[in-house]
Design a protein. Sequence first.
Length: 271
Amino acid sequence: MDRYAVFGNPIGQSKSPFIHSQFALQCKQLMQYEAILAPADGFADSWRDFVASGGKGGNVTVPFKEQAYQLAEVLSARAQQAGAVNTLYLNTAGQLCGDNTDGIGLVADLKRLGVSLAGCTVLLLGAGGASRGAIGPLLDAGVRQLVLANRTFSKAQTIAASFDSRVVGCGLTDIPQQAYPLIINATSSGLTGSRPEIAATYLKDCQLAYDMVYGAQPTTFMQWAKQQGVPQQADGLGMLLAQAAAAFTIWRGVTPDIEPVMALLKKQLAV
Ligand code: ATR
């Protein structure tokens, strides 16, 4: 049976084995998907062991996305732009290929939520790996201007400089005052129950407040946006599913429907 796995540290919390098992059932794919805890400094060895024992492909999560990027022999344009790899597979020549489906997962989820990205002005909060991976696919989807605001200004500035003039970097306290119909929280603040400290005035024209983090309850950022009158809020569960579906398509050549798996995951989170 074809073997796939997600590599991370920690990994016990990962929903990927459940998601890919559900996709395999739905798409009638004979495959197995497991979670592998790789040592913090031993991702490359873990991956090589996995391939030596018949592994066909994998997902990579925190903290190994940059190490996977270094390891891959062939990088997709998306992975190069993100500087990180979340999907690995072997091509027919046996080369290790690295792709990044996080950003296209975000774009797919925004489309699912009814957002029209063409011509849109977006405020993206945070300048870590999650944020960097999202920028290229958002621009490819037609975003007109992307303001990248980060607590540490220099990080936003460095990332913005690696894109064209559509991307503007700033700190959280000097965000240009303009209408932002879409605000995306790509900071990890939700993991500690906080939110990026931006002024409520930036939410005035916001139609959707999107948080890449997800959980049983709406995140602090989503709750705050709702209090401020933003009509729609969403967490990152749909993005998680859409990046997984894109990886599954790369490996298996079939695209699963994320909706039934999302319903199951929501039930699990509610318990
Ligand atoms: P990831 O890979 O999830 O993006 P990361 O690379 O560690 O994680 O980046 C975390 C991001 O969340 C950073 O942009 C960080 O801001 P700094 O660069 O200033 O550290 C941001 N972040 C985390 N907690 C935050 C908080 N409470 N308020 C604002 N930004 C926060």
